[in-house]
Design a binder for this molecule. Sequence first.
Ligand code: FES
Length: 117
Amino acid sequence: MTGTKVLCHVDDLEEGASKGFLENDAGHDLFFVVKKEGELYAWRNACPHVDGAPMAWRRDAYMDAKKIHVTCHAHGALFEAKTGLCIQGPCLGQSLEKVPVQISETGEVSVSLADIN
Ligand code: FES
């Protein structure tokens, strides 16, 4: 795929919220965006513990209950929302794969389709 896909507006996500985008063939989000301290961070929906396992337990649920860390609900790994580093769980020390997103002057969040394939 080529081109750019507009995902959402920065204000669509509340602090500590997460949202998944673009489904793969299995119906899982390709990646998700989290808002942490006002900034957006995007990570591929692929846990480093089990070769790319999807991480949410329900639609858009990528954060822990306190909305502090990204979590993989398969085996409970916790990741820093800003760096993608696993700080607790079976993939300790491994990292999520970053997805580069762009934010326009008007706050539109987009991704280059070339970056997610
Ligand atoms: S697959 Fe994510 S913690 Fe095991």
